[in-house]
Every structure is written in C-alpha cells, then in structure tokens.
Ligand binder design. Structure first.
Ligand code: XUL
Ligand code: CO
Length: 436
C-alpha cells in the first residue's frame, strides 16, 4: 500500500536537546516513572473524529484541510481512510484510538444499511489492529449529528428517537467488543434542553436512566466487560446538558443505581466550560471513586466555546498528572486527545506536530508531578494542615465518637478554639515553581 505520510518516519524519542520537530523530547514510551512505563501511565489515544474527519469547517466557511487521501463519502474510501489512520498511529507511536460509529463509516439510508457500512470498515480496523498491535481505547455512538436527534436521543420527547439510539448503541457495544475496546463512552450530545417551557426534565432524566440500564443489561448479555464511561459537558450543543460536570454525573449515576457500572471520562475543555479547572474535575471524580479516563485538550479562555485545542501548557499537564497519580492512574482508561488542529494548520504534517506536542507536554507533566511527589514537601504540608484531625477532638469526630452534645461540652470547657494557621498559598505556588 502507498504511504500517505511519505515524509514522516516513525517518531522517536530523541531527548530534550533535540531540535528535530518530528521527535519526542520528553515522551519516552519505555521510560519508567513511579514504577510504570510512560506508555502504561498514559495509554495515549487518538480521536478518529478530529484527526481523520476534522476538515476545519467553521460557521463562516468550509473546511481548509488538505487531506490527499480523501475522496467520495463511500465505504471504499472509508476503508482506505482507516488504513491511512493506522499509518498515522504507527508513525506517531500512540498505542490506542477512539471513534464514533459515524466517524469511520458513512450513514446509510436505513439502520440496516448503516450497520452494513460500519461492519465493512470495522473489518479493516480489525485487520489493521492485528497487523500493528494497536488497540481500541473506547468506542461510542454518534447520537447527535443526525436530524432525528434534534430533541436529544435517550432524552428525546420522541420515543422513536430513543429506540433508534438504543439500536445504535447496541451495535456499537458489539463493535467495541469485537475490536477488544477497553471502555465504552457515553457523551450526552444533545441530552439536555434549550428551553424549559417545552421540557419535562424529570421524564427525560428517567428515560436516560432506563437507557443506561438497558445498555448495562445488553453488555452483560453479550459478555462485553469494558468500562462504561459518562463524559460530562455543561453546554454546547444544548444550553443546559444533563451531564453538566463530574458532580452532576455522579449524582445521576448514584441516584439511579448505576454506580457499579459507570465511571467518568473527563475532558479539559468541558471542565472549563463548566466553570471548573480540569484538576478540580479529576480530583472530584478521583476522590469519589469515579475516575475512568480523560479527553485531553484545552480551551481558549478568551473564547467561550469548546475549542478542543491540543494541550501544551505544562502547568495544566502537571496538575492533571498530580491528580491522576494520586488516584492510582487511569487504566483501563487512558489519555485520549479529543483535540483538533486549527483551521489554519491545514497540512497533514500539522497532525504530527499537534500530537507530538500533546504527548510531550503530558510526559513533562508526569515527570514534574513525580518529582513533586518524591520531594514530599507539598504532601507533608497538606498532611500537617489537617493535623488537628489526627489526635484529640478531631480524631473523635472522624472516628464517630462525638455528638453535638459532646462538642458543646468540649467548647464550653475550652472557651475558644485553637488559632488558625496560614494557608501559605504563595509559599506553595513558589514551591511548585521550583519544579516547573
Ligand atoms: C464533544 C466531545 C465528544 C466526545 C465523544 O464535545 O467531547 O467528541 O468525546 O462523543
Ligand atoms: Co470528548
């Protein structure tokens, strides 16, 4: 088969001194950090929808991307595109990928035709996985592009839209199983509302819970053991998405008895749209036992939408990796680049620059986070800050040996509490800067 990136050889780790833009300066797949290789820490994934299907269109103009392998929107070209993708993955050295059903194969005139189209491309994906050893991190169904989902899918007012979505998810769970995917993602594309005048919120959310129980039952029935993941996002396309943020998702999961089956796939730009930082979302999910995987990207804080840019900010990746290491890592999840090159970066080579930059930024974040943890001053500071809970009255409260009455007696006797210590925020910010 002809090469589609003839000017690019396999991207190698060349070290921090290298000036070769097509090399890794920090991502060294085999290098061990805290007892695991970088490859095992990150489990980097490439998003098919952005990398292969993103053309750079925006509301003001059509796509600009030069993609010499593109042609008719038919199954033959979809199969060829899948082979191009694996050449890209192999040369980049990312071990995983992710896709929606409709990214890889054209939608047909009927559900049956769409399923046939999908099968025809999945057989190429399978062949390419077997040839290269590359793996599927997660599969998902596109329940938001087709006009039938204008009111949502599992939360639509139209029961047939729910039924169609169920059929699509059924098929994609089967496909994800066939390809050995380690996770399956539910991003609630249009699961939300624009206007409460026409919306029965309670009924819509109950339908979403019913949908998830059906998905879990079907996965069990066919023996799919991958992890189910919810991907929170607060807005866009709907004004108010039901999966707003980690806290809203976890509440929904627990309220509907889904906690043994669903974790979270957190995305940086979704966190910032929700008014949070990504480290907040990672920490919240991790502390509640729901950290599953991440969609790595970054937003532009001067714009108010999901710009899905590649992450290059070392502070951001350091904070992400501190949270991920603290909560025991992401596997079977991973770090999927849900990110796209800018409309102006329209040449195929830009796809390499973008992914190399993201992988290197995460590798630096990992090394910095590991150094901060090995140093121990940050951890000790936090431990000491909560020292009043390790002995005396604090220990009694945490141990369940206190009541309002006993605390009232304690304070009446003591008169006033112990003085507060400084939070030392600036001291700690300076401490982190020692490592960046
Ligand atoms: C949308 C988004 C999706 C999901 C998968 O903002 O992030 O691409 O990751 O459906
Ligand atoms: Co995403």
């Amino acid at each position: 088969m002809a090469e589609f990136f003839p000017d690019v050889k396999k991207i190698e780790y060349e070290g921090a001194e290298s000036k070769n833009p097509l090399s890794f300066k920090h991502y060294n797949a085999a290098e061990e950090v805290e007892g695991k290789t970088m490859q095992e820490h990150f489990r980097f994934g490439v998003a098919y929808w952005h990398t292969m299907r993103g053309e750079g269109a925006d509301p003001f103009g059509p796509g600009t991307a030069l993609r010499p392998w593109e042609g008719a929107d038919d199954v033959a070209n979809a199969q060829n595109r899948a082979r191009v993708f694996f050449e890209f993955l192999e040369k980049l050295g990312a071990p995983f990928y992710c896709f929606h059903d409709r990214d890889v194969a054209p939608e047909g005139e009927s559900l049956a035709e769409s399923n046939d189209n999908l099968d025809a491309v999945v057989s190429v994906l399978k062949e390419e996985q077997d040839r290269t050893g590359l793996q599927l991190l997660w599969g998902t169904a596109n329940l938001f592009s087709n006009p039938r989902y204008m009111h949502g899918a599992a939360t639509s007012c139209n029961a047939d839209a729910f039924a169609f979505a169920a059929a699509q998810v059924k098929k994609m769970i089967e496909v994800t199983k066939e390809l050995g995917g380690t996770n399956y993602v539910f991003w609630g594309g249009r699961e939300g509302y624009q206007n409460l005048w026409n919306t029965d919120m309670k009924r819509e959310m109950d339908h979403l819970a019913t949908f998830m129980h059906m998905a879990i039952d079907y996965a069990k029935q066919i023996g799919f053991t991958g992890q189910f993941l919810f991907e929170p996002k607060p807005k866009e396309p709907t004004k108010h998405q039901y999966d707003f943020d980690a806290a809203a998702c976890i509440n929904f999961i627990r309220a509907n008895g889904l906690e043994d089956h669903i974790k979270l796939n957190l995305e940086t730009n979704h966190a910032t749209l929700a008014g949070h930082t990504m480290e907040h979302e990672l920490e919240y999910a991790g502390s509640q036992g729901f950290l599953g995987s991440m969609d790595a990207n970054t937003g532009d804080l001067l714009l108010g939408w999901d710009t899905d840019q590649f992450p290059t900010d070392i502070y951001l990746t350091t904070k992400c990796m501190l949270a991920i290491l603290k909560h025991g890592g992401l596997a079977p999840g991973g770090v999927n680049f849900d990110a796209k090159v800018r409309r102006e970066s329209h040449e195929p080579i830009d796809l390499f620059h973008a992914h190399i930059g993201g992988m290197d930024a995460f590798a630096r974040g990992l090394k910095i986070a590991a150094a901060i943890r090995a140093d121990g001053r940050l951890e000790n500071f936090v431990k000491e800050r909560y020292g009043s809970w390790d002995t005396g009255i604090g220990k009694d409260i945490e141990g369940g040996q206190a009541s309002f009455e006993s605390l009232d007696a304690y304070m009446l006797d003591k008169g006033e509490g112990a003085p507060n210590a400084s939070g030392r925020q600036e001291f700690l910010e300076n401490l982190i800067n020692e490592f960046i």
